[in-house]
Design a protein around this ligand. Structure first.
Ligand code: TXA
Ligand code: MG
Length: 325
């Protein structure tokens, strides 16, 4: 189990920053999910992230910075679209992909000539990034702090279970957003949505002042974009309320190892059930914790009622679709 430190304790923040400066891995809370951090300036430390996660080394990592000014030391240029997004949404749960400065954060970029940059708003992440900046670190490379392909962690306990005791975890409580940041590629002339988060397309386009494009075949490789990702151990089936209702009637209540995660569909007596909140932000906040909890109960199948069609549900729908793939 990884060792847990108190994210609210300045001495523990200093200890975590010292460990990062020494090339060690520290998991930390952000408003979205917990990240597994290393000094983006030390390629050997960054290699430790790929090893700990079992993640292919050519999958690029997001570099976290304390403010927009520090983005300038990592980017070759900040395209106007990226600047507008940073102005509108930083600090916050949004990542911009920008051209990378030559020779900077090479391992973190996984061989790409671009870099994903994010300035998190979470107070513990901010305190850690400030302490790292005081020690001369350029930023923290950090993917979600889970084993490759698994559900992202939203509590320190989730993280501790994923890694050995050479990893430190700063505990900042449950992540308030709950699903990973919105990612927008601004490196190729037009803004392209690589991963939906909690911002709606309308909010993003209002900040951009131009259309947001969908990914196409030329979009860069990104593990979070694999069709099957964010998967719990149990098999997830995503169904409309009608189909789900019929499935429950056909199978009855006696099915072993099946759990239900639904809004309008009521569980048959005796079936393990979690109620999906009617509010999209609340549903996002608890989504990964629910999947992990059902996994921990040894459930074989999770039947999920499809989220409503509204744009505020895009992020949750995306994660559930991938979990079911
Ligand atoms: O909310 C988040 O973004 C969390 C917290 C910890 O910040 N981080 C996170 O990292 O979700 P990760 O590595 O699990 O997902 C980041 C995604 C990956 O799919 C990665 O391939 C993509 O971002 N990515 C990173 N840099 C990229 C780049 N230069 N070009 C294209 N995609 C990139
Ligand atoms: Mg991830």
């Amino acid at each position: 189990m990884a060792r847990i430190l108190d994210g609210g304790n300045p001495g523990h923040i200093a200890q975590a920053a010292d460990a990062l400066a020494a090339g060690r891995l520290v998991a930390f809370p952000t408003e979205t999910v917990y990240g597994l951090g290393a000094d983006a300036g030390q390629d050997a430390a960054v290699a430790g992230i790929f090893a700990a996660k079992g993640r292919p080394a050519n999958h690029p990592l997001i570099v976290h910075v304390p403010n927009a000014a520090s983005a300038l030391t990592l980017a070759r240029a900040i395209p106007p679209a990226a600047q507008r997004l940073m102005d509108a949404f930083w600090p916050g749960p949004l990542t911009v992909i920008v051209p990378r400065r030559d020779g900077v954060a090479t391992a973190a970029a996984g061989g790409q000539d671009t870099l994903g940059l994010r300035c998190p708003a979470h107070p513990v992440a901010q305190a850690l990034l400030q302490a790292c900046a005081e020690r001369g670190l350029i930023g923290l490379a950090a993917p979600s702090a889970n084993q490759f392909g698994r559900v992202s962690p939203t509590t320190a306990a989730h993280v501790a279970g994923e890694f050995g005791d050479d990893v430190l975890v700063l505990d900042g409580g449950a992540c308030p957003v709950g699903i990973e940041s919105t990612i927008i590629d601004c490196s190729r002339g037009r803004a392209v949505l690589l991963r939906p988060g909690t911002h709606t397309r309308a909010q993003i386009e209002a900040a951009l002042g131009e259309p947001l494009h969908d990914r196409d075949a030329q979009a860069p490789r990104a593990s979070g974009m694999l069709a099957s990702h964010y998967a719990p151990r149990a098999k997830v089936r995503l169904m409309s309320a009608d189909v789900l209702q019929t499935a429950l009637e056909v199978l009855g209540a006696g099915v072993d190892g099946v759990a239900l995660y639904s809004r309008s569909v009521r569980p048959p007596r005796g079936m393990l059930h979690r109620a999906m909140p009617d509010d999209a932000a609340r549903a996002a906040q608890e989504l990964f914790a629910v999947l992990r909890d059902l996994d921990a109960r040894g459930v074989r199948l999770i039947w999920v009622e499809s989220p409503p069609p509204g744009p505020e549900w895009d992020g949750v729908r995306d994660r559930l679709t991938r979990a079911a793939a």
